[in-house]
Design a protein around this ligand. Structure first.
Ligand code: SAM
Length: 198
């Protein structure tokens, strides 16, 4: 519910919005959206884990709510998926883009490629809320950095950390600009970005 309110406040989420929940998992955000708004024009959850999408489709889909499984590669969650990236949306069709703890499990090429797709998929006034690990004075990208954060990172892409400058350069290259930045207050110490089209 906290995130629904933040999406309302920072990204103008409202019942007329087309909302893309990228890396939706089993639909955590959808539950909050359903509770907060009696109806929404389009909530679309997209994920590379078929079992989670199947569950969400069975238990949460309905008027205004849909879920799509995408068989694309992520070394942690779907290593055998296609290397062809997709957000499963049309260009300029998304008013509100949400990616919580998704760029925190992503390699550099995918991060750059998907940020570019976010830039292409947002409407003119569209906004994105994303979280990721960013720090000052660290390498541009690191996987499972030892001694960083509250957990012992295990397995591919458990924690991917960017230098703030590098992540924001990828944001720029994706045709996006930073509207808001909040350091380190999200899950496991991730930071929050609100992005808009440039
Ligand atoms: C840590 S979970 C976060 C789930 C959800 N956003 C939440 O906050 O509860 C990361 C999710 O991103 C999904 N994911 C990773 N790469 C993806 C991609 N390229 N396209 C869609 N989903 C992806 C994973 O399958 C996983 O469900």
């Amino acid at each position: 519910m906290r995130d629904v309110k933040r999406l309302e406040r920072y990204c103008d989420l409202n019942p007329e919005s087309a909302l893309l929940d990228w890396g939706s998992g089993a639909g955590r955000l959808a539950i909050g959206v359903k509770e907060y708004f009696p109806s929404i024009r389009d909530y679309h959850g997209v994920d590379v884990q078929r079992t989670l999408i199947d569950w969400a489709q069975e238990n949460l889909a309905g008027e205004g709510y849909r879920f799509t499984y995408v068989d694309v590669s992520n070394e942690r969650y779907n290593p055998d998926g296609s290397l062809e990236r997709t957000l499963s949306t049309d260009a300029h069709s998304v008013d509100v883009f949400y990616a919580y703890s998704v760029f925190s499990h992503m390699n550099v090429d995918d991060t750059a490629g998907y940020l570019e797709l976010v830039g292409q998929t947002l409407t003119t006034m569209g906004k994105a809320l994303v979280t990721c690990f960013v720090e000052e004075d660290v390498p541009e990208w690191d996987e499972n950095p030892a001694g960083y954060g509250p957990l012992e990172w295990k397995g591919r892409l458990h924690c991917t950390r960017f230098s703030r400058q590098y992540f924001e350069s990828l944001v720029q290259l994706g045709g996006l600009a930073v509207d808001r930045f909040e350091y380190g207050r999200e899950t496991d110490g991730q930071s929050l970005y609100i992005l808009r089209r440039r």
